[in-house]
Design a protein around this ligand. Structure first.
Ligand code: GDP
Length: 295
């Protein structure tokens, strides 16, 4: 994750730290290189521009110019601003409401929705919750089977959905079934398509209106970079999502999606997927991520 960006930033900061005092020109040159590094990491150009403006504002202030260790001050400012960019602090899953609550998992086909539903079920069980899995992608029998198998393997109950059932009906009945089974959190694996279309959005809206979810999580593939950001924006405009789970961070060397999503959509990344295994899901902490980028 972020290998290139870390390396590039490290080089810029080494140069800045090499100066005894920093002139405005030193800082401007350094920030130009930071901006290039961000763009190469596939950060949205508007985000990069805004980010640099924020850092520059603070870096040209008295605290840095008069400091005996100005280079280090700039690193600290970049660290703070990176943290802020990704959302400042960890945002938890919203499970508020009358139990059982429902969490809708949405996203395009292949983004990692079904796998993430399994990962989240384990995560919740570890936290003492009682998850209940709901396969609501009736268009792909394989998707229903995949979740049923996951449930069996994890010993977590799964609603017995069939492909001839209506997805909204499945969700309504699953709420009753989950309560009967003594579960408090439904994880609804909704249908995915290759592209966003009105039919898909219409179905998701109907499900949302019936189940009244406590959270709506978009699963987006980090490896698709700015596409993931655009997808998040489209789903958020249509459905007002609660947050994003960025899957496949382990395969994303650049990091553009992780750095741009909060700023472009206003919605936090709540978790990241860091591998195919079911325990490879981590709560997303902007401060820790910023520190790891800066090494
Ligand atoms: P869905 O169509 O959105 O339900 O996607 P799936 O859950 O079937 O996942 C698609 C592929 O992505 C599968 O091969 C998963 O193993 C893989 N996948 C999901 N999450 C991750 C992740 O965090 N890291 C990696 N490396 N692979 C993942």
């Amino acid at each position: 994750m972020f290998d290139n960006l870390s390396g590039r930033l490290d080089a810029v900061f080494k140069k800045l730290k090499g100066h005894g005092k920093l002139t405005e020109k030193n800082i401007e040159e350094g920030l130009k290189e930071v901006r290039m590094a961000l763009l190469e990491a596939d950060v949205h150009y508007k985000v990069a521009k805004q980010f640099i403006a924020g850092v520059k504002d603070r870096a040209l202030g008295q605290e840095v110019m008069k400091s005996l260790t100005p280079g280090q001050q700039v690193v600290k400012i970049v660290n703070d601003e990176l943290t802020e960019l990704m959302g400042s602090s960890h945002e938890a899953l919203n499970l508020e409401g009358t139990k059982p609550v429902s969490v809708m998992m949405i996203g395009l086909q292949g983004a990692g929705k079904t796998t993430t539903a399994g990962k989240l079920a384990i995560y919740l069980r570890k936290k003492g919750e009682k998850p209940y899995l709901v396969p609501a992608d009736v268009y792909r029998p394989a998707a229903i089977d995949q979740l049923k198998k996951l449930g069996q393997q994890l010993e977590i109950p799964v609603y017995p959905s069939e492909t001839n059932m209506d997805p909204v009906d499945i969700c309504r009945k699953a709420q009753v079934a989950a309560q009967k089974a003594g579960c408090n959190t439904l994880l609804i694996d909704t249908a995915g398509r290759l592209h966003i279309d009105e039919e898909l959005m219409g179905e998701l809206l109907r499900i949302r209106d019936v189940v009244k979810p406590s959270d709506i999580l978009l699963i987006a593939d980090a490896m698709t970079g700015q596409d993931a950001v655009n997808i998040a924006k489209s789903f958020d405009d249509a459905l007002n999502i609660g947050g994003v789970i960025l899957s496949k961070m382990d395969g994303d060397a650049r990091g553009g999606a992780a750095l741009s999503i909060k700023s472009i959509t206003g919605k936090p990344i709540k978790f990241i997927g860091v591998g195919e295994k079911l325990n490879e899901l981590e709560p997303f902490h902007p401060d820790r991520m910023a520190s790891s980028i800066l090494g």
